[in-house]
Design a protein around this ligand. Structure first.
Ligand code: NAD
Length: 349
């Protein structure tokens, strides 16, 4: 298939570009580089062994999006583009709603106009709000405590509404748990701007000497060691989940296989490992993988953090034949290879 990857220069998008090409797809990227570096393009071309067509524009621009679809033909869109920092979304709600919703509207309109019928969308475990894990796709409760998460809840609903009136559209909503790790080559990886919001990049920056110590938010949760537990998933497993979802959409299986009910062509799958790992266990695994000390300090809890989160990942296994296979040690080893070779991320290039 000829696949347009929106946000393909970003962390998850770049790894998925590699997986899609390896699966035999032709890939075209569109990215505004609002939260990524053009350096990634050359790295991707080296990995895939061919030129990667990249369109640098903001998808909230409906005219440019329309022009792209008018000048090329896509069988499918994998839609990663979006702003994703929870804290920033609280400070800048309008920017988040505008960017994440408008870019989706532009794509949906252009897809409908040009007969592109397959869409894979990046959603998040954050849509489960403060429900009790493990999370299942058919859980009724969809809420979120912040504007970023609410953009995901809204876009999921919009996709269902549009699919309800367009019987050609096939949609996969993928709810990611906590993506970490990097391509084993160490040439592409997660490169957060400023202070990392996520644990793994923070730990990696401590191990490489960019930061003094990890602040662990809360050591008195009702968990095995008192720190929060999350379902970490290797970004390569996540990328493979997109390839599997796309293959499923192309086969256009009947509506009964969807958890979204009768007549729906919207499929929702959790992408996680089904296991949770504590903050302290991640720190220990990273110290072992890197051979570097990772000093930490337990500080107060952070508002809004759930003690534990993990996926029920059985639906994706049943319907897609996909399962995450990589361990936390592999995730740390690959994240470290990337961080050690690129202490300042793509800024080193
Ligand atoms: N990383 C995570 O922990 C996580 C977890 C759950 C869901 N997600 C979702 O997965 C997707 C990808 O996440 P990521 O970690 O790779 O983020 P990222 O910021 O690394 O990648 C997103 C890419 O989209 C681009 N972009 C943003 N807005 C755009 C626009 N309007 N037009 C064109 N390009 C635009 C950015 O420049 C960036 O390259 C996002 O939608 C995110 O919300 C991420």
């Amino acid at each position: 298939m000829r696949v347009l990857v929106s946000g393909g220069a970003g962390y998850i998008g770049s790894h998925t570009v590699v997986a899609l090409v390896a699966a035999g797809h032709e890939v075209v990227v569109v990215d505004s580089f609002a939260n990524s570096s053009p350096v990634v393009v050359g790295r991707l071309e080296a990995l895939i062994g061919r030129e990667l067509p990249v369109h640098a524009f903001d998808l909230t621009d409906k005219d440019k999006t329309e022009q792209l679809f008018a000048s090329d033909r896509f069988d499918a869109v994998v839609h990663f583009a979006g702003l994703k920092a929870v804290g920033e979304s609280v400070e800048q709600p309008l920017e988040y709603y505008e960017n994440n919703l408008e870019s989706t509207f532009s794509l949906l309109r252009a897809m409908r106009r040009h007969g592109c019928t397959l869409l894979v969308f990046s959603s998040s475990a954050t849509v489960y709000g403060d429900a009790e894990p493990p999370y299942r796709e058919d859980q009724a409760l969809l809420s979120s405590s912040n504007p970023y998460g609410r953009t995901k809840v809204m876009i999921e609903q919009i996709l269902r509404d549009v699919a309800a009136i367009d019987d050609t559209l096939q949609v996969a909503i993928l709810r990611y748990f906590n993506p970490v790790g990097a391509h084993p080559s160490g040439t592409i990886g997660e490169d957060p701007q400023g202070t990392p919001n996520n644990l793994l990049p923070y730990v990696a920056q401590v191990a490489v000497g960019r930061r003094d110590r990890v602040a662990v938010f809360g050591g008195d949760y009702d968990t095995a060691d008192g720190t929060c537990e999350r379902d970490y998933i290797h970004v390569e497993d996540l990328a493979a989940g997109h390839v599997a979802a796309l293959a499923h959409l192309r086969r256009a299986l009947p509506a009964e296989s969807s958890v979204d009910g009768k007549g729906a062509r919207v499929h929702t799958w959790n992408l996680g490992t089904g296991r949770s790992t504590s903050v302290l266990a991640v720190i220990r695994a990273f110290a072992a993988a890197s051979g570097r000390p990772v000093p930490f300090e337990i500080v107060g809890r952070r508002a809004g953090d759930m003690p534990r989160s993990w996926a029920d990942a059985s639906l994706a296994e049943r319907e897609l034949g996909w399962r995450a296979t990589k361990t936390i040690d592999e995730m740390c080893a690959d994240a470290w290879r990337w961080q050690a070779a690129n202490p300042f991320g793509y800024g080193d290039a």
